[in-house]
Design a protein around this ligand. Structure first.
Ligand code: ATP
Ligand code: LTN
Length: 329
């Protein structure tokens, strides 16, 4: 039994990329492990967001967690901002992280490059430190994430090792990323050289998309001038992306998917991809609609936060004692 932790920030509508790279995999762990899945709402403040949008996105993710099979009786589902220890450990860990290493974070460079240099928030820069605290608080050994988060989990790992080394004690469990072998980076349908991303919605399929809209997006996905359904990421990025989506949702390998479409034209192939995407969305949306307006969401969050606090407060006590912050014995 290992502790497993992951989270999603409520910055926008969840995409098929979030589902395949992250969400779909969370529930797989819950029978055999202690799973903590949270909504990284403090992280959502690192870029400008309207309060009502943040609120709605947060509720949406809770409903989608449940709709995608997370069971609150097996996994702890909670909000980052409901467990104060995240901020507290983030503050402490900030003293062990180096500005040089934070400067090298790809996500920071990427997001900062889209802002005016004078308006880059401190929170965006220190984002990975808070993320490290999220992970370390729960003694998480494994962190299931998509490819883009690998670097952040590795930083959490480096910080945990550095801290243990500094105090010559095994205070922290050393985490490692768990990245799916296929589907760790679903690309945009309109520009398969870019990641499908909820804050850059061109070419996205949203989990909330109307099925007809989703079908249309797949049918008009960018492909190439050949007529062969073959996986070749370099030369056929569009078709390769669609093959990845198909194989992940059908739970088959890329090779098995390729075999199904030997001799098929792109129209036939895209229709098959659209069918499996729409089936998946329909299944998720039916459940999402059952949850989204129910009081059950608050019950789930309350229970989850209680469970989360139980372990997080223990970690903080351990850390404070270790670094020499005084408390009554
Ligand atoms: P933003 O655009 O706000 O940065 P995002 O869509 O990239 O958001 P995150 O909240 O950063 O999504 O990610 C939630 C989880 O989904 C992470 O584990 C991340 O690695 C995964 N993920 C995000 N986009 C994709 C994608 N295109 N393919 C596979 N996994 C993804
Ligand atoms: N940075 C992640 C969200 C996130 C997270 C975490 C994921 C915040 N804290 C801890 C795994 C573990 C993202 O952008 N998806």
């Amino acid at each position: 039994m290992e502790n497993i932790l992951s989270g999603i920030k409520p910055t926008g509508q969840l995409t098929l990329g979030n589902y395949i790279g992250a969400l779909k995999n969370f529930s797989k762990f819950q029978d055999e492990n202690k799973v903590f899945v949270f909504i990284a709402d403090l992280h959502a403040l690192t870029l400008p967001i309207e309060p009502e949008v943040l609120n709605q996105n947060t509720k949406d993710i809770v409903a989608f967690y449940l709709a995608c099979g997370l069971d609150p009786n097996k996994a702890s589902i909670f909000l980052q901002s409901h467990v104060y220890e995240h901020s507290e450990l983030g503050t402490i860990l900030g003293n062990y992280a180096y500005m040089g290493e934070l400067n090298r974070m790809t996500q920071f460079k990427d997001k900062a490059s889209k802002l005016n240099e004078k308006n880059i928030g401190l929170g965006l820069f220190t984002y990975p430190v808070l993320m490290a605290a999220d992970i370390i608080l729960y003694d998480a050994k494994k962190v299931p994430v998509g490819e883009d988060q690998k670097q952040h989990v590795e930083l959490a790992r480096d910080l945990a090792i550095r801290f243990n080394h500094r105090y010559k004690k095994d205070i922290f469990v050393i985490p490692e990323p768990v990245i799916p072998t296929t589907g760790a980076r679903i690309m945009s349908l309109s520009d398969p050289s870019k990641k499908m991303s909820k804050s850059d919605p061109k070419g996205d399929i949203f989990l909330k998309d109307d099925l007809k809209v989703a079908r249309k997006k797949i049918m008009s996905a960018v492909t190439d001038l050949e007529c062969e359904v073959r996986y070749d990421k370099e030369n056929k990025p569009g078709i390769s992306n669609l093959l990845t989506i198909y194989s992940c949702l059908k739970e088959i390998t890329i090779e098995e998917a390729e075999k199904e479409f030997i001799g098929a034209n792109y129209g036939t192939f895209k229709r098959a991809v659209a069918d499996v995407v729409c089936d998946t969305l329909e299944r998720i949306q039916t459940k999402y609609n059952e949850y989204i307006n129910s009081d059950y969401l608050d019950e789930v969050l309350e229970k989850g936060a209680k469970e989360a606090r139980a372990i997080a407060s223990n970690t903080i006590k351990r850390v404070k004692a270790c670094v020499g912050l005084y408390s009554k014995q």
